[in-house]
Ligand binder design. Structure first.
Ligand SMILES: *Cc1c(COP(=O)(O)O)cnc(C)c1O
Length: 399
């Protein structure tokens, strides 16, 4: 019996716990791990059928692996996609998508506020093969429209953006993609399917760094692409041939991570919502970037498009870089690190870490000011997180 044979009736909470597990003859209750590189056959004829694709079945774990397949089926169900292909990292998911869809001379139109390595991948590596990328302001539909050309094959956006929580209208981007004959890919790392379903809004592809909230506990690096069968068959071809596949052990971690996704994301959102409102009235804080605040320029859109505001927020303190470093160094519990999507709250100074490679002019254009701090709010008690930040902020306010 397949755990997910009634999947059509299930809500997201149930899918996250039960979808994708096809029980073996051992009748295990919890999802097993298959740490094997290859598979064996009863006969030469069976081997020939499996290798030739005439009969479904596993051949080699760079191609398919049952543990990885469980994770793929579960994430596809959560995102509402036909198929998912897991990869060794989030960057491998983006690279495999690009290799599958693009050829020399093709163009990408992407939001400017992307994850740093995504920009390097597009400019430095895809650029070597004659694929060019134009960057536009995430929430400016006119700019997207203007950047499109007959050669645009892929639109790529990360919404909400990091660390300023800018929000793009996914349905409007999807309509533009359709009109232009391009595919729309949404990097859904920051909200996950628990809070945002890009495919239901018209996106063609969803990209994940499973490293972040899908695991949620900082244990493994992985990624995934979700979408329609035909496009995913191309992505699968790249992963199968070029090799950025997910390991069975990591797939098992991510599968178990998904089981608590919905609860975790709700709790992350609650902690972040309270913290953002507290920061917003603190005398040492000059500005808070969080789409859950009514003053946020895309608050209404975020409310309509998302089932929550997420847990990554930016705020500016007085005193520029010195003030920001003072607040960060006064923390005793928060982890000073560039990572996010973890039960442990993390804090970082984007201008000198995650966005440190940008020139001063690029930082200014991207809104990365010297006084900006990013917090990815975890699941410790809200009071403890707040107290840890209050130490430095109160001292700064008194200066
Ligand atoms: C971390 C991250 C990635 C890259 O994922 P890796 O698993 O680190 O390769 C891509 N996009 C976003 C938004 C991320 O936060």
């Amino acid at each position: 019996m397949h755990e997910d044979s009634h999947q059509d009736e299930w809500s997201l909470e149930t899918l996250a716990i039960r979808a994708g597990h096809h029980r073996t003859f051992e009748q295990e209750h919890s999802e097993p791990i298959f740490p094997t590189s290859s598979f064996v056959y009863e006969s030469a004829a069976e081997a020939a059928r499996k290798f030739g694709g005439k009969e479904p079945g596993n051949v080699y774990s760079r191609f398919t692996n049952p543990t990885v397949h469980t994770f793929e089926r579960r994430l596809a169900a959560l995102e509402g996609g036909e198929r998912c292909v897991a990869t060794s990292s989030g960057m491998a998911a983006i690279l495999s998508t690009a290799l599958a869809l693009l050829s020399s001379g093709d163009e990408i139109v992407a939001s400017r506020s992307l994850f740093g390595s995504t920009v390097s991948l597009f400019d430095k590596y895809l650029g070597k093969f004659g694929i060019t990328t134009r960057y536009v302001e995430l929430s400016n539909m006119a700019a997207w429209e203007e950047a499109m050309s007959p050669n645009t094959k892929l639109m790529f956006a990360e919404t909400p953006s990091n660390p300023l929580s800018e929000v793009a209208d996914i349905a409007a981007l999807a309509a533009l993609a359709k009109r232009s004959g391009a595919l729309l890919a949404i990097d859904n790392c920051f909200l996950t399917p628990a809070l945002q379903k890009p495919i239901a809004l018209g996106a063609d592809l969803v990209i994940h760094s499973a490293t972040k909230y899908l695991d949620g506990q900082g244990r493994a690096v992985g990624g995934a692409v979700v979408g329609k069968h035909d496009v995913l068959e191309e992505v699968f071809g790249v992963v199968r041939t070029c090799g950025p596949c997910m390991s069975p052990f990591n797939a098992w971690i991510f599968t178990k991570g998904l089981e608590t996704l919905s609860l975790r994301m709700k709790a992350h959102c609650e902690n972040a919502f309270t913290l953002a409102h507290w920061l917003d009235q603190h005398p040492a804080v000059t500005r808070v970037y969080y789409s859950g605040l009514e003053a946020h320029p895309q608050h209404a859109l975020a409310k309509q498009q998302q089932q929550g505001f997420g847990a990554v927020l930016g705020f500016e303190v007085k005193g520029g870089q010195e003030g920001a470093w003072q607040v960060i160094d006064a923390t005793r519990m928060l982890s000073i690190t560039g990572n996010l999507g973890d039960v442990k709250t993390t804090i970082t100074h984007p201008a000198t870490t995650t966005h440190g490679r940008l020139s001063d002019a690029q930082k200014e254009a991207a809104g990365i000011s010297p006084g900006l701090i990013r917090v990815a709010v975890g699941l410790e008690s809200q009071e403890d997180i707040q107290r840890d930040l209050a130490r430095g902020l109160d001292a700064l306010a008194a200066q």
